[in-house]
Ligand binder design. Structure first.
Ligand code: MLT
Length: 248
């Protein structure tokens, strides 16, 4: 089976993901926020490329049923209900709600991989849960692709390290794996930071930018390994939590 890592959704073609099981990673912060929202009972998270598209969709929903959410330049979009800080996605704020979500990289990365057979959303906060799904797919000889969404359309250290952790976990006990150079590089990077996520965020450009903007507590949330053990699945243009009704 093939196991490839791609850095940035813009570098991914349909052929790279067609028929594969794909995981999209945007540790800081979109994929962490999606996991936290679903863990706290959000009904669904619908990704949009633009704020206008999210607002247009909101007009077809009752006001109490949705939250307009997301960021530009890391800050909440004016007029929206929530930003992209996972700490805002409390049970009180999101339980039962449809989250209409647009972020700079994470949501476009999800939209870009729609030709995939199955799309999961991964981060450190739901690492083991998502990893178990990927390992099961690998054992069934499905080809896998890991999309490290990056920051401002560029490579980001934290997504690459999280990708490397997935690669290491998927390969355990599986011998016939062919990997691209992205997968091999991510494993090397992961070795450097494996057990020190605070150091990873302190050394990554996006981590430092978030801390400078007053989001240091978000970094602590994003570093909670397996703190929100949900499996978010992107299907029919929306992300829902894998639960008993969708369990295989
Ligand atoms: C993104 O999707 O680009 C990020 O999640 C940005 C952020 O940290 O808010």
């Amino acid at each position: 089976m093939r196991l490839d890592v791609y850095f940035g959704a813009h570098s991914v073609t349909s052929a790279d993901v067609q028929g594969r099981v794909v995981v999209v990673i945007d540790v800081l912060r979109a994929s962490t926020t999606i996991a936290v929202a679903l863990a706290h009972g959000a009904r669904t998270v619908i990704p949009f490329e633009s704020a206008d598209e999210a607002v247009t969709r909101s007009k077809s929903l009752a006001r109490g049923d949705y939250k307009l959410a997301g960021e530009r330049k890391n800050q909440m979009i004016p007029g929206f209900d929530l930003g992209n800080s996972p700490r805002e996605y409390t049970r009180e704020a999101v339980e039962g709600k449809t989250i209409l979500f647009t972020t700079t990289n994470g949501t476009s990365a999800l939209i870009a991989v729609q030709p995939a057979r199955e799309v999961l959303v991964g981060a450190f906060v739901n690492f083991t849960a998502v990893s178990a799904m990927l390992r099961a797919a690998a054992r069934a000889q499905s080809d896998l692709a890991i999309i490290a969404a990056g920051s401002d359309r560029h490579f980001s250290l934290e997504d690459a390290v999280c990708a490397g952790r997935f690669v290491r976990s998927i390969r355990r006990g599986i011998t016939d794996v062919s990997m691209n150079d992205g997968a091999q590089a991510s494993v090397q990077l992961e070795r450097r930071y494996a057990n020190d996520l605070p150091r990873l965020f302190a050394e990554s450009a996006h981590g430092r930018a978030l801390a400078d903007m007053g989001f240091a507590e978000d970094l602590a949330t994003c570093a909670q390994l397996d703190g929100y053990p949900v499996v978010p699945v992107y299907h029919d243009r929306q992300v829902t939590k894998l639960g008993p009704d969708r369990e295989r």
